[in-house]
Design a protein around this ligand. Structure first.
Ligand code: ADP
Ligand code: 5GP
Length: 210
């Protein structure tokens, strides 16, 4: 791919972190400042929580429909998480990236590893809580899951946090504002990579095209 094509392609951004760390909250804050980013609405077989809207938070589908999408190769990645399927539409992501739009995925660690394999240029960011005690408080305060589900999510959180070493960036969600600002800084720095600005350098100092 030539330097000029690279400049027009959107950035694939992955945000992972344990359930309850504040991914959705930080994403809302980020998207309120960066309206140009497309948030990828995942498919899931989980039941909608109070206040969640089909097509906005998730596209809620049956297990049968999800398994059909897997078989048809319609998903960029998918994973089973605490008894439910979650997955990302390949078509939507491709369309947006080809249009030059940056795409943000909120996905768990197995899915992120698959994205890393299939799209090595993706930017992977891991969000961690200030402590496991605070994570537990956030999961309880959110009041969306039964105690047994919260305990399964907390158990999973410890394993998930160990995967943070495979990510490009690590952000602590102490306050929502700080976390969103750090993510904005990461995205800004990514745009300054030499590889992405080589076309600019060619124009300024006449570097050879290849
Ligand atoms: P996730 O999307 O990672 O599962 P949520 O965004 O649903 O997490 O956040 C879980 C709970 O924690 C929510 O009640 C949210 O309001 C709260 N929360 C998120 N970020 C913070 C923060 N920085 N400080 C305190 N509470 C937070
Ligand atoms: P929740 O049920 O709390 O909304 O999400 C549970 C977990 O599934 C979170 O860690 C979230 O990041 C992850 N998740 C949401 N959508 C996807 C997806 O499309 N693919 C994968 N692999 N994980 C997802």
């Amino acid at each position: 791919m030539s330097a000029s094509q690279k400049k027009t392609r959107g950035e694939l951004i992955v945000l992972s972190g344990p359930s309850g760390v504040g991914k959705s909250t930080v994403i809302s804050e980020l998207l309120s400042c960066r309206r140009d980013i497309h948030f990828s609405v995942s498919f899931t077989t989980r039941q909608p929580r109070t206040g969640e809207e089909d097509g906005v938070n998730y596209s809620f589908v049956s297990r049968g429909e999800f398994e059909r999408m897997i078989a048809a190769g319609e998903l960029l990645e998918y994973a089973e998480y605490v008894g439910n399927y979650y997955g990302t539409s390949l078509k939507v992501i491709r369309e947006q990236l080809d249009l030059g739009v940056d795409v943000l995925l909120d996905i768990e660690v197995q899915g992120a590893a698959k994205v890393r394999e299939r799209c090595p240029e993706a930017v992977l960011i891991f969000l961690i809580p200030p402590s496991i005690e605070e994570l537990s408080r956030r999961l309880h305060r959110r009041n969306t899951d039964e105690e047994a589900v919260i305990q399964r999510r907390l158990e999973k959180a410890r394993q998930e946090c160990r995967e943070c070493v495979h990510y490009d960036y690590l952000v602590v969600n102490d306050t929502v504002m700080n976390a969103a600002q750090e993510i904005q800084s990461i995205l800004q720095a990514e745009q300054c990579r030499t590889q992405k600005r080589i076309g600019l350098a060619q124009g300024i100092i006449g570097l050879p095209a290849d």
